[in-house]
Design a binder for this molecule. Sequence first.
Ligand SMILES: C[S@@+](CC[C@H](N)C(=O)[O-])C[C@H]1O[C@@H](n2cnc3c(N)ncnc32)[C@H](O)[C@@H]1O
Length: 248
Amino acid sequence: MRFDVLTLFPGLFQGFVTESLMAKAVQRNLIDIRLHDFRLWSQDKHHKVDDRPFGGGPGMVLMADPVVRCVEAIQQEAPPGELILLTPQGERFNQRIAESLVRSPRLVLLCGRYEGFDQRVLDLLRPRELSLGDFVLNGGEVAAMAIIEATARLIPGVLGDERSAVDDSFSSGNRGLEFPHYTRPRDYRGLTVPEILFSGDHGRIQSWREEQARQRTKQRRADLWSTGSDEPSSNPTSAESDGTADGE
Ligand SMILES: C[S@@+](CC[C@H](N)C(=O)[O-])C[C@H]1O[C@@H](n2cnc3c(N)ncnc32)[C@H](O)[C@@H]1O
């Protein structure tokens, strides 16, 4: 899967693409992350990409021309990418959206800065507008990284053990929260691991995990609890899962 990121600060992605699971996914050609500095698409001799807002007020606005020309140029390449613009005013990103985005062969992510984009970027390009949540970041880069990571980890082979993504909170089929995890030591400062996890009985362990997940979801996220039944949508925890991590 290919991700094209349009940003004024490509250097922010340096660690993101060279560390941990994202780096491994790049090395294995499971994902391809291309960074584009839309300053390079400015026709101004000083590579200016922002200007003061018409009507006055604080801050600077990203000019339409460098952004639109950059998008038009990279969209010449096949396959055309699904265009996503990061903005706190967009649809709230979640796991369901990540699960739909991973079906796309290519995403093009537009990261704003300052006061955001000239409205005509949105009017001309008609991107899907996505938000990370009801708070304001300095730029769209962190939001783009979150969307890339949440999407890429759903690609088969990106995680060390694909069952991790099946059991994860909010994942397809498990719209609730995941059960608690434990690892060595068995006793830490007097807090002991539940005995059932040493039973070797995968059926009972699965039932225990499902019950823990149900309780957590009910207590912490009543909004995820399906109405009319005592169940979240469903909760397929892996009976075989013995705590394999994401492969790091
Ligand atoms: C300082 S913000 C601009 C906020 C804008 N003036 C507003 O009030 O809607 C600069 C850029 O950060 C990004 N950004 C900020 N908060 C975000 C969020 N919650 N989700 C996604 N992107 C965000 C957007 O790309 C935005 O153009």
